[in-house]
Design a protein around this ligand. Structure first.
Ligand code: GLA
Length: 737
């Protein structure tokens, strides 16, 4: 029997496509002349009746495309799905392909379409996936410009039971002349509803993903990275919200690029308050050669809609990432509580020191030990040995396998730090292969943290690193890998590519990185991979397809972490947010925060420890033991529960959130107040999503869900103390209790 789509309709009379699933609708149409127009994206409608004619306008100072006959409209105001350029649309183009005659303009018109069951994989790139053919349907619309011979196939997938659309594009050279892609956005769409506000996650090293909200005006906003990584500075996710949208109510659109390299997100509001939204590989420095017959696959963009405010947006993203992006054994799987020795020892350790930390951590209930930077080559500081993945003989004379074995004998898992994409000048790899790094012949090369980036666009370079890693992993019992990346690219040039292909290097690098991660995660399916890049410098959807969690920031100060984790949680689920309790005074800020605050913040994600367990006082040890017992008892909730943000650290001092199970029968509430106030008021915190008809056991009392959501929870925060934090657990009582 042939496939009968249930979520994608095509109205042949009006030439309108409608993707719908009862949660969301996305409509696009073929306008006279073959222009593919954006019609609607938002709250689900049963049947899209409109034809988009009202959008057809003709504005002064913008030419009309040739040969339009009676249907007179200009491209500059036509809401489009994938704009070319050069024919009177002066907004940002999605597509630029340089032709042999030097032009880069394109007049993309509808050619054909097909609707298929399921969701095809993106060759070489991470993407969300459908579990089977009934889980999703895909519309592919082919556009083309016969004069210049380029074809663009736009793929749209709608998932069942999710307010999610994904988009990606394949560009194909359909004639006999070679071309070069200068820009190939993954998606573009033109909203006609006025008045959006933009929310994005920007920041810096140790200050990742701070939430910024601003009104759009007539302007072009670009959120991007040109660093060869998604970066600490601008995350490739953002939201457009109606004014007045809060955490709990209001329309919010979410956008996220599934890519870890250079990205460009464009939000352009024109004179008529139409908003063009676009995301894809950053065209800066990018040029991809397209031989006759060749195709180029863009990364995927995820688009979501909710009218339940920012918490509703997050719920959609968290569920999608947990269910349909993260793969392998750790999908929906409990994440262990680790202790990492970085802040405990930095480079200064030996086996005895490590085993002492392991023994002390074991007594506290910690489940895994992660050996950080410094275990290889002769790495005693950050100036050497990246590229030489052989055990540091002075620090670990009995060998790494032995260390792993002893740790396992103690009943703990063993994790290991690698920085596979990097090379130190002082290394055997560099001595043997100076051409393995990204560098421009004849130029000295700019070091970052005394290191250079390996040319991961090259298969031989990747193989050299992979072989070394496998030699370690095949002989050592490793349960966890922290995959770090501690500088951004410069002097991007590959010794293995000809001059005309140098514009391909950064993207080829990303394809190489994904290839390497694919091979490693396939070969070692039991290993849990944690992503890292100087903290959260590559916290993105691309990495999450391989590394099931990510070290959120090198800033482990609990007060700083309130903002970092709050911002990160807008898109990324708790199961991905690696968060450690560290020692005080804090190594980044010298702040002395309470153990209660540090515990509450680090437990709101994947809990771990970043300290020397042998140096804890008796009372600190007791507190850590208690944190771990609590975390283990509620791990599912804390890693996979539904997060509801209640008070934003970006709007005031106090921060609060609630993590509940799907049915609202239990929850952990976190409340933090960095600075005490004089004459403080009692704190009543209104909770969300509980069962109004049930009572909850909370703080030794029995309180109605209606009361907790109405009057609120009386928060037992120490009011006269700075850096106060509290974690409250509540659970619905059964009738016989
Ligand atoms: C980065 C990481 C840290 C640590 C160091 C080691 O900064 O984010 O957690 O691993 O590298 O050099």
């Amino acid at each position: 029997m042939s496939f009968q789509p249930t979520m994608i309709d095509y109205d042949e009379t009006n030439r309108v496509f409608h993707l719908h699933n009862g949660l969301v609708s996305y409509a696009l149409g073929v306008a006279p002349g073959g222009y593919l127009t954006h019609l609607y994206f938002g709250r689900a409608v049963r049947r899209y009746h409109g034809t988009g004619q009202e959008h057809h306008m003709s504005t002064s100072f913008s030419p009309l495309p040739a040969g339009q006959g009676a249907d007179v409209f200009g491209l500059n105001d036509l809401p489009l799905e994938y704009p070319g350029s050069g024919f009177g649309d002066y907004r940002v183009p999605a597509h630029e392909v340089v032709q042999p005659d030097g032009t880069a303009i394109a007049d993309l018109r509808y050619q054909s379409h097909r609707i298929t069951a399921g969701k095809p994989a993106l060759p070489g790139l991470p993407a969300t996936y459908a579990t089977d053919d009934s889980d999703a349907e895909t519309l592919t619309v082919v556009l083309g410009d016969p004069v210049n011979g380029t074809e663009v196939a736009l793929a749209y997938t709608i998932f069942r039971d999710r307010a999610v659309i994904t988009r990606s594009v394949v560009v194909t050279n359909r004639d006999s002349r070679p071309k070069a892609i200068r820009k190939a956005a993954s998606a573009s769409l033109d909203f006609t509803a006025p008045g959006f506000e933009l929310i994005h996650l920007s920041g810096s090293y140790a200050k990742e993903r701070h939430l910024v909200r601003e009104r759009l005006t007539q302007e072009t906003r670009i959120l991007d990275s040109k660093r060869g990584a998604s970066s600490h500075y601008q995350n490739p996710t953002f939201a457009l919200v109606a004014p007045g949208t809060t955490e709990h109510a209001g329309a919010a659109y979410g956008f996220g690029l599934v890519y870890s390299g250079n990205h460009e997100c464009v939000i352009e509001q024109n004179d008529r308050q139409q908003v063009r939204v676009m995301a894809g590989i950053n065209p800066a420095g990018f040029a991809w050669n397209l031989a006759p017959g060749a195709s180029f696959q863009t990364p995927e963009v995820i688009l979501t809609y909710t009218d339940q405010g920012l918490n509703g947006l997050s719920a959609t993203w968290h569920r999608l990432i947990n269910d349909r992006l993260i793969r392998g054994r750790y999908r929906h799987h409990d994440r262990p509580i680790v202790i990492n020795n970085w802040e405990a020892t930095y480079f200064d350790f030996d086996e005895a020191k490590i085993l002492a930390i392991v023994a002390a951590a074991k007594r506290l209930g910690v489940e895994a030990f992660v050996l950080d930077d410094g275990w290889f080559g002769h790495r005693d500081d950050d100036r050497s040995s990246l590229g030489d993945w052989v055990t540091h003989a002075q620090k670990l004379p009995a060998g790494l396998a032995h260390l792993a074995q002893v740790i396992h004998q103690q009943g703990m898992q063993f994790g290991l730090w690698f920085e596979p994409e990097m090379i130190s000048e002082d290394s055997e790899l560099f001595a043997a292969h100076p051409d393995y790094r990204l560098a421009i012949p004849g130029r000295a090369g700019s070091a970052g943290r005394h290191q250079f980036t390996l040319d991961f666009s090259r298969a031989d370079v990747r193989q050299a690193v992979l072989d070394q890693m496998c030699a370690v992993l095949d002989h050592t019992q490793v349960d966890f890998i922290k995959w770090d990346m501690n500088r951004n690219m410069s002097e991007v040039f590959s010794a293995a590519l000809p001059a005309y292909a140098q514009g391909e290097v950064t993207h080829r690098y990303m394809l190489g990185l994904y290839d390497m991660l694919e091979r490693l995660t396939t070969r070692y399916p039991e290993i849990l991979f944690e992503g890292c890049s100087g903290g959260g410098g590559r916290f993105d959807l691309g990495m999450l397809a391989y590394t099931s969690q990510i070290w959120t920031s090198d800033d482990t100060d609990a007060v700083s972490r309130l903002k970092i984790q709050y911002g990160t949680s807008l898109f990324y689920p708790l199961s991905t947010i690696s968060a450690h309790v560290s020692a005080v005074p804090n190594h980044q800020f010298q702040r002395v925060t309470s153990m209660a605050l540090r515990g509450a913040v680090a437990s709101s994600g994947v809990l771990g420890y970043e300290l020397d367990a042998t140096k804890l006082t008796e009372s600190e040890q007791a507190a850590v033991r208690e944190q771990i017992v609590f975390y283990q008892a509620h791990r599912r909730l804390l890693q996979y529960g539904r997060l509801t943000r209640l008070l934003s650290p970006f709007e005031g001092g106090d921060t609060a959130w609630q993590i509940s199970d799907d049915r609202g029968l239990e929850a952990v509430v976190v409340y933090a107040r960095p600075l005490a106030e004089e004459a403080p008021a009692v704190i009543r915190l209104r909770l969300f999503g509980l069962d109004a008809n049930r009572d909850y056991a909370v703080l030794g009392q029995r309180v109605g869900g209606d009361e907790l959501m109405g009057e609120g929870l009386l928060v037992p925060l120490p009011l006269s103390q700075d850096y106060a934090g509290v974690q409250v657990y509540l659970k619905a009582v059964t009738d016989d209790e």
